[in-house]
Design a protein around this ligand. Structure first.
Ligand SMILES: [Zn+2]
Length: 475
């Protein structure tokens, strides 16, 4: 009888342990510490000042340029000053594309200039430029379906409007024309291409952005630029008169030999499980037109602000290592992300979870994940602590930031702290992406959320990986 009772007790205990496991992800002591971090972050923190410092002292920082190198020096100095450990740069090579002259004008029937920005990776028209009749399409697929004779010898113009949304979901489809138009137009015999900017602003700023990288040895695509939205409207109105519209285009970007870029890394080394890594990222490079404040100075400020809070305010560091990765060369095709995944491939199985801040400076409103379905409840216990910040639980199909692509594909669990992106694509990749667009209180909320999330996920013993056979639960 005694034995039976003992067995029964063990059985009950293990049942109880299983039922309790989601809650035990976060102990009452951890919750108390998290609330302290949250209150401190909301009182104001260094995130905002860090964005000010980066965007003022470095300014624009195009991948592979001297300016991006200065951003790395800035980052190394800041990471060390904030008290991170193992601070270092992991260099890699990146193709360098530099903007040149850019002029566009309607020559006839209504002569006037147009506001443009050459797309990253675009070929040059030469200094003399070129002049041709414009043919308009309302989407990339409409161009693809057009007969070649309609396009040959002309300047292709794609006037497709991007939808505004809180989660930025309009970007995915809109960005296809930025990636492909130069190549599709070339195949169809066009001489150049213009696209309506991939953005939501009605102001007279053209949105830059990378085309798909040309295939090695492949065609470079025709010279291609983005029109500011009001200029796209104007060109469409001019075409509406039913007469041929001729445009002159001069863009002289240069494609230079590969140069050095790099990821800047620093850690809060874990006190008990230093080999277990919680990765938090943002990207250091920016487009050249603005000062890269919302994209992605804000992310740099959020991530470093959160690291500083954890270092300064916790009596002891968390169990696991928090690794801060400031990626280089994101804008030109997530080159730094790929370099990181290659450099750390052996370590990826020890990456407990990864997250990135790269969606501007709006409030965080939702917590999405991409983890083992069986572990969703464990993560929910962490998400619950973020509720006072106005952050709701979302779904388990997060994609994470762009720099997490290779980690996600390698099976690293991902969390997205989704920001309100209603106005993100008003400024994204434009000359108007400057420090004044950042609201300090929103940045404070972001820092609070990241600090709390990073602390809890680095302090818990919970694991979130997809496993075919979870041997740890067998007992
Ligand atoms: Zn970005």
């Amino acid at each position: 009888m005694k034995v039976l009772l003992a067995v029964l007790a063990v059985g009950l205990a293990s049942l109880h342990a299983k039922a309790e496991s989601p809650v035990s992800t976060v102990t009452p002591a951890m919750t108390a510490t998290a609330h302290q971090l949250l209150d401190l972050a909301r009182q104001g923190n260094q995130g905002y000042e860090l964005v000010r410092s980066l965007t003022t002292e470095v300014g624009p920082r195009l991948a592979g340029t001297e300016a991006e190198a200065r951003a790395r020096y800035w980052a190394v100095e800041k990471l060390q000053a904030l008290g991170l450990q193992n601070v270092h740069v992991e260099p890699f090579q990146v193709p360098v594309w530099l903007r040149g002259v850019e002029l566009a004008e309607i020559v006839s029937p209504f002569p006037q200039s147009l506001t443009i920005a050459a797309l990253g990776g675009s070929s040059s028209t030469g200094e003399q430029g070129l002049e041709a009749e414009v043919v308009v399409f309302n989407s990339l697929s409409a161009l693809q379906q057009a007969p070649r004779m309609q396009v040959e010898g002309k300047i292709v113009f794609i006037d497709e409007v991007m939808a505004r949304s809180r989660d930025g979901s309009g970007y995915g489809s809109a960005v296809q024309k930025r990636r492909e138009t130069a190549y599709v137009s070339q195949k169809m015999g066009a001489v150049a291409a213009l696209i309506r900017s991939v953005g939501t602003s009605s102001h007279r700023f053209a949105h830059a952005g990378q085309m798909r990288q040309a295939n090695t040895g492949g065609d470079l695509g025709v010279p291609t630029a983005a029109l500011a939205a009001p200029d796209a409207d104007q060109l469409t109105r001019a075409l509406g008169y039913g007469k041929p519209v001729t445009v002159k285009l001069v863009i002289t970007p240069q494609l230079l030999p590969r140069a050095v870029s790099g990821n800047v890394i620093g850690e809060i080394v874990g006190r008990e499980a230093p080999q277990e890594i919680v990765l938090v990222g943002a990207h250091l490079d920016s487009w050249d037109l603005g000062t890269g404040a919302v994209d992605d100075g804000a992310g740099i400020g959020v991530v470093l602000g959160a690291a500083k809070l954890i270092i300064d305010q916790l009596p002891q560091g968390p169990r696991r290592t928090i690794r801060v990765v400031l990626f280089g060369a994101e804008e030109v095709g997530t080159v730094g992300a790929k370099a990181y995944a290659l450099e750390h491939s052996a370590e990826l199985p020890d990456h407990i979870i990864a997250t990135e801040s790269d969606f501007g400076a709006g409030d965080i409103w939702r917590f999405d994940s991409r983890i083992n379905e069986q572990k969703v409840l464990q993560l929910a216990a962490i998400a619950k602590v973020l509720e006072p910040l106005g952050i709701a639980s979302g779904n388990n199909t997060a994609r994470g930031g762009p720099d997490l692509k290779y980690l996600r594909e390698a099976g690293v669990p991902i969390v997205s702290l989704l920001q309100d992106g209603q106005d993100y694509f008003d400024f994204h990749h434009t000359a108007d992406d400057t420090f004044d667009k950042i609201a300090p209180h929103a940045l404070d909320q972001n820092v609070a959320a990241y600090a709390v999330f990073l602390y809890l996920v680095a302090e818990t013993t919970a694991d979130f990986r997809e496993t075919t056979q979870d041997l740890t639960n067998i007992n």
